[in-house]
Design a protein around this ligand. Sequence first.
Ligand code: IVH
Length: 358
Amino acid sequence: MSDTAEKLIAELKNKIEEYNYQYYVLDNPNVPDAEFDRCLKELINLEQANPHLITPDSPTQKVGGKLDSAFPPITHLTPMLSLDNVFSDEEFSAFEQRINNRLKSQDKIGFTCEPKLDRLAVSVVYRNGLLDVAATRGDGKRGEDVTQNIRTLASVPLKLRGNFPELLDVRGEVFMPKSAFEQINQSAIDAGEKTFVNPRNAAAGSLRQLDPAITAKRKLAVYFYSIGTVEGVELPEEHYARLMQLKAWGLPVCPEISLVEDSKGCLEYYKKIAQKRAQLSYEIDGIVYKVNDVELQQELGFVAKAPRWAIAHKFPAQEEMTQVQAVDFQVGRTGAMGVTLNSNVSNRELNQSSCLAH
Ligand code: IVH
């Protein structure tokens, strides 16, 4: 019995991994949800009957146990860097100029353009293809151990596919899709609980949960965008090709990324995504441009904590639409007048703004 169970379990695991890859990485689900659910249920039943056959990389092991202690610190294998920002086309031109001056190159410089997800950076380390440790960015050198929580994210594979490296430290952004944010806020309203101000706070709050089962319910997602450390394989010499390599290993990469020939292409991409922004299923706060050629990246190097070969082009800050519903005036003893505005902004902190007028 156990022999056939072992075979069946292996087959079901492969099937489920394949379905997950089609769904989360290729964005092209090829089976109905019911078929996925049926396989998972069958696997759960078989594993319950044969507990000795449960392995840590089984898709049933996504909801981990409780954490032993509150997020102990993890030292990153290589520091997690940050990005400098520009806020206008002119500032972007100055960035490009600095690059050209340093490289003294006459050639066009190609860039990979990526939406800048609004932000909770994580590092996920795979050893021999298996998810080992996951940590938040923290101060860039040391972050918090969120392995058990990251394991619960449906789009994070517990096991890499294909010709994976012995060691891979991959970095990306955890986020809460807009639909999941609306859903958890609606449930919070129904339960009379506190709502989250925005998807970014909701994502951070959900990842840093001491009970990973709560993280699992919050429907977080991840897109990976860089490699910190790799051992055991040769990586392609272009950033874009590296992102494609991550996809081939089963790691989700933002589908909107694009390779452009020069800085003009960057600004066209910025306009295109700015127009599409409201339709995207997740929140972004700008675009990241990265010099595509890794050799040029190395030549350019870093200043302080940010690379010279990448920049974030931020969107203008979004103003909240506010409708004033009531105005109260109070004249105090000293003659100063207090004004209270009640507005319809959902954010609690903004709900009542007061000021003093003389
Ligand atoms: S690259 C050396 N790419 O933005 C490379 N970062 O403001 C460093 N972020 O800490 C990061 N989307 O958390 C990169 N496509 C993207 C990103 C991205 C969001 C975040 C990341 C970083 C922060 C810097």
